[in-house]
Design a protein around this ligand. Structure first.
Ligand code: GLP
Length: 241
């Protein structure tokens, strides 16, 4: 696991965006795994800015998002469909049929999970996966205790994750109780992984990731079993390292 420390969030976002842009330029049909949350927002802004100025094209890029809430309509302001549309997809030249986000409203959620995995395989697997990290070490929505061999599945969100994500909703009760997430094995199947962390709130999680054991109690520790993971973090998130 390689750790790169940026001075601040802007620098982290610029470096991550540069890596994505460079990869898309050398490999236009890249299969890119996308994350949501506050951490990648600056990166998406950088990609939009670069597209506007330099015209980097995403026409051939295929994307797969990590997760989506169960029960929110795609156009709900807090759905990850809306997040991706407003922060990224509406501003770049992605082809809608090449962007994928789990359908949290599918009548048969288990079938949706199976189909999502099939789709990823059909495109040859994910080349580069962006990841955030939850304070409790969750990746995607894989909460502590998730087995490392899980593929895309439905999860019940922990109270701590619902509380952390309540800031995006009017009231905590509105935060969905379940989500669909790519599993830990799905994430580990990506060829390259870029884990992003910013701010003091993530410092303890990064310390546990680097110093702690590999154990399902801390899902991100599974990344230590992957041969090509880069942790890109700002100085605040690295304060305990
Ligand atoms: C959310 C998302 C994760 C994200 C994490 C951290 O629950 N499902 O994919 O990485 O929490 O979010 P943030 O970047 O807002 O701290």
């Amino acid at each position: 696991m390689k750790i790169i420390m940026a001075r601040n969030e802007q620098e982290m976002s610029r470096w991550a965006a540069e890596r994505i842009i460079e990869t898309v330029r050398t490999r236009p049909s890249l299969v890119l795994g996308l994350a949501t949350g506050s951490t990648p927002e600056g990166i998406y802004r950088e990609l939009v800015e670069d597209h506007r100025i330099n015209g980097t094209s995403y026409k051939h890029v295929v994307t797969f998002n990590l997760d989506e809430y169960v029960g929110l309509k795609p156009d709900h302001p807090n759905s990850y469909h809306t997040y991706m549309k407003t922060r990224l997809f509406d501003h770049l030249d992605f082809l809608p049929q090449r962007t994928h986000i789990p359908d949290g409203n599918a009548a048969d959620l288990a079938e949706e999970c199976r189909q999502y995995e099939k789709h990823i395989s059909r495109f040859g697997g994910i080349d580069l996966q962006l990841l955030g990290i939850g304070r409790n070490g969750h990746i995607g929505f894989n909460e502590p205790g998730t087995a490392f061999d899980t593929r895309t599945h439905v999860v019940r969100l922990t109270e701590s994750t619902r509380k952390a994500n309540a800031r995006f909703f009017h009231r905590k009760e509105e935060v969905p109780t379940h989500a669909i997430t790519m599993g830990i094995a799905s994430i580990l199947s990506s060829r390259q992984i870029l884990l992003l962390a910013t701010g003091r709130a993530k410092a303890e999680a990064l310390r546990r990731l680097i110093e702690g054991p590999v154990h399902p109690d801390f899902p991100a520790s599974a990344l230590k079993q992957h041969p090509d993971v880069t942790v890109l973090a700002d100085a605040s998130a690295c304060r305990y390292l």
